[in-house]
Design a protein around this ligand. Structure first.
Ligand code: NAP
Length: 279
């Protein structure tokens, strides 16, 4: 019998996950299907209950349900708890476990591009939900330090407080030049929406003259695939990592949790890439 994984969001019409997951199931010759469900916030509890009632293998959870859904699950992984959100539910015979694959999805995309994380110093621009997930992934993967820079120091501190005892520091973005941190950065990540369509001419402001010339530059924004930030970094000779790898990576890890099989990452990446302009 066909196994079903769902996507709970509100709205869900524009999600790329159905195309990505169904392409992966087909490529892996698995009798699974992935179905988007538009779940109004007031009906989230019922939708979670339906995973058990209908025997879904699990579900992805997207905006606006990622935090709210946690109260309806039987178990939350330590990683998802640290990130403060769940993006993947796994149904183990009616016992629902909440995972978060966003941060590890980012690490997955770095590995695919042969970018090492162990011992590397990271500078993260932005301190929202995506930054928190990526910080969790980087710290778990063994980076030496994550510096979280935000335009308000309190916002960066709000993030770092979730990683007590780990090598993570809050930094005021406007003080970066004097901090000496740009020179020490091995991996620089844009975790703000700057540059996202339709504002494709925007990019995070940093002093490129001070930045370590061998730093790898990553953008979490994936629409467009190559942002102004990455285009400029590339012109300056930096290796760049585009945002769609994280999207495909989080999907690949969800696929693995539901099926127990290695995901066909390149198929998932192509499914995502088809949807976006290069610029
Ligand atoms: P969020 O929770 O709204 O956080 C956005 C962060 O960016 C906040 O820290 C915000 O600062 C900062 N920011 C916004 N505009 C800024 C500006 N003009 N200058 C400086 N900082 C600014 O959003 P999110 O969920 O973390 O997502 C951030 C971006 O990541 C999204 O736009 C999306 O493109 C991308 N993303 C990608 C993936 C993927 O799979 N590749 C997954 C999730 C998200 P304040 O707190 O001061 O407002």
């Amino acid at each position: 019998m066909t196994k079903v994984a769902g996507l709970f969001g509100w709205p869900v019409e524009h999600s790329l996950s159905p195309g990505m997951q169904n392409a992966a199931f087909a490529a892996a010759e698995l009798d699974y299907t992935y179905v988007p469900f538009a779940v109004p916030p007031a009906r989230l509890a019922e939708a979670v209950q339906a995973i058990r009632a209908l025997g879904l293998v699990g579900a992805n959870v997207t905006i606006p349900h990622k935090i709210e859904v946690m109260q309806y699950l039987d178990e939350i992984t330590e990683n998802a708890r640290r990130i403060g959100a769940v993006n993947t539910i796994v149904n183990q015979n009616g016992y629902l476990i909440g995972h978060n694959t966003d941060g590890d999805g980012f690490i997955h995309s770095l590995r695919e591009q042969a970018v090492a994380v162990v011992g590397r110093q990271i500078l993260m621009l932005g301190a929202g939900g995506a930054a928190r997930a990526v910080a969790a992934g980087l710290l778990a993967a063994g980076c030496s330090k994550v510096i979280v820079a935000a335009r308000a120091l309190e916002r960066a501190q709000e993030l770092t407080q979730h990683f007590t005892g780990m090598p993570v520091e809050a930094q005021l973005w406007s003080d970066l030049d004097e901090s000496g941190l740009l020179q020490k950065t091995d991996i620089l990540i844009n975790a703000t929406p700057l540059g996202m369509s339709p504002h494709t001419d925007q990019m995070p402001s940093i002093n490129w003259e001070l930045l370590n010339p061998t730093a790898v530059i990553c953008d979490l924004v994936y629409n467009p695939l190559v942002t102004q930030f990455l285009r400029y970094a590339s012109q300056r000779g930096h290796k760049v990592i585009t945002g769609e790898g994280m999207l495909a990576g989080q999907g690949a890890l969800a696929f693995q949790l539901w099926t127990g099989k290695t995901a066909p990452f390149s198929i998932m990446l192509s499914a995502v890439q088809q949807h976006f302009p290069i610029f």
